[in-house]
Design a binder for this molecule. Structure first.
Ligand code: TRP
Length: 347
């Protein structure tokens, strides 16, 4: 890209000369990906590739913090998730796609960070107690689970990440990361970069039953669902419960069917018309849902197509993560050299 400035002299556009800021984000491989992941993370990861040097990784050690008693499905989910990333448009030519446990330097940095972080800082992170209560069937009184946000700090600090695209639920983790990095730098000099959250612009999407979208509630639409499955699930979606007949005026606000229309239906005139008629009691649920299913399938179809291409070459996903992890490890190695120097563990 070249542009002419006012003097008519051709110059190189600035972005070519400035190294792109680094972005790091991860996902835990605890199941197949659903629309919540698309709206909350993946949909944001894809456009960031145009502006940033992106590192996207499978946080398999983070999955272990809660899934340590059944580790069988983790690697399968990991590869399946990466296939969805590729299908959604994460591009291995432009971004580094890797697996956390294939870069064991993350564990070393985590260990060194653990020397300076006071335990109450970790106990204060709101997700710590929340998750322990919500997942009460699991014993989460482990050191690994307490250290979750500290491992996350190592993940991003390893690559000098300036920005971390996350949903609002992850902001306290990033806040901890910033505090830990500052404390580490106070002891050892300016070694690590303070990461900043890059908030996902789209709001959270409820599940089919209007609770939080989650695999454990069985209320998800998965990225790998075919058109029939999507249509069936949309037909069963929770909607305004007061509206037992089509001629009763309905509520659009907070109605998951319309939240989905807003998120996925690109025909805004159609959405506006449906909302107006819904409020007046002049449209049946069947029409609203049929149009939603159609819009969602139109949005998902290109992803399904790419997923089929990816699936046709099963070794490819593994190849991509192995190659990406090798690249990530080169950087991680250099960071750890710098960190060991700073901590004065040099022999
Ligand atoms: N905690 C994140 C989540 O559950 C996953 C994660 C692990 C992560 N390490 C990260 C996200 C580093 C961003 C950066 O969504």
């Amino acid at each position: 890209t070249r542009f002419r400035n006012v003097t008519g002299v051709q110059t190189c556009a600035l972005p070519i000369l400035t190294p792109r800021a680094r972005v790091v984000s991860g996902m835990r491989p605890t199941g197949r990906l659903h629309l919540g992941h698309l709206v909350g993370a993946l949909g944001n990861w894809v456009p960031l590739q145009d502006q940033y040097d992106c590192f996207y990784f499978v946080a398999d050690w983070h999955a272990l913090t809660s899934e340590y008693s059944n580790t069988d499905p983790i690697t399968g989910y990991a590869l399946d998730n990466v296939a969805d990333w590729l299908a959604a448009g994460v591009d291995p030519e432009r971004s580094t796609i890797f697996v956390q446990s294939l870069v064991p330097e993350h564990a070393e940095l985590f260990l060194l960070l653990s020397m300076v972080v006071p335990i109450p800082w970790l106990e204060r992170v709101p997700t710590y107690k929340e998750q322990q209560e919500q997942l009460s069937e699991k014993d989460l009184s482990t050191l690994g689970f307490l250290g979750y946000p500290l491992l996350q700090t190592a993940d991003v600090a390893m690559y000098d990440a300036r920005f971390v695209p996350v949903g609002d639920d992850q902001v306290p983790h990033l806040e901890l990361s910033r505090e830990v990095v500052r404390r580490f730098n106070q002891f050892y000099g300016d070694v690590l970069v303070e990461p900043q959250p890059l908030l996902t612009p789209v709001s959270r999407l409820p599940g089919l039953d209007n609770r939080k979208m989650s695999k454990s509630y069985g209320n998800t639409i998965d990225l790998s669902d075919d058109a029939d499955a999507v249509t069936k699930k949309v037909r069963q979606m929770y909607t305004d419960p007061k509206r037992i007949r089509a001629d009763i005026p309905g509520t659009v606000e907070g109605n998951p069917v319309f939240m989905y229309h807003d998120a996925f239906n690109t025909d805004t005139a159609e959405v506006d018309d449906l909302k107006a008629r819904y409020r007046e009691g002049k449209v049946g649920d069947v029409e609203v849902k049929t149009k939603l299913a159609k819009a969602m399938n139109a949005m998902l179809e290109p992803m399904r197509e790419r997923r089929r291409e990816v699936a046709a070459n099963p070794g490819r996903v593994r190849e991509i993560v192995v190659e990406g992890s090798r690249k990530a490890r080169t950087i991680a190695h250099a960071t750890m050299e710098r960190v060991r120097d700073a901590v004065k563990l040099r022999y």
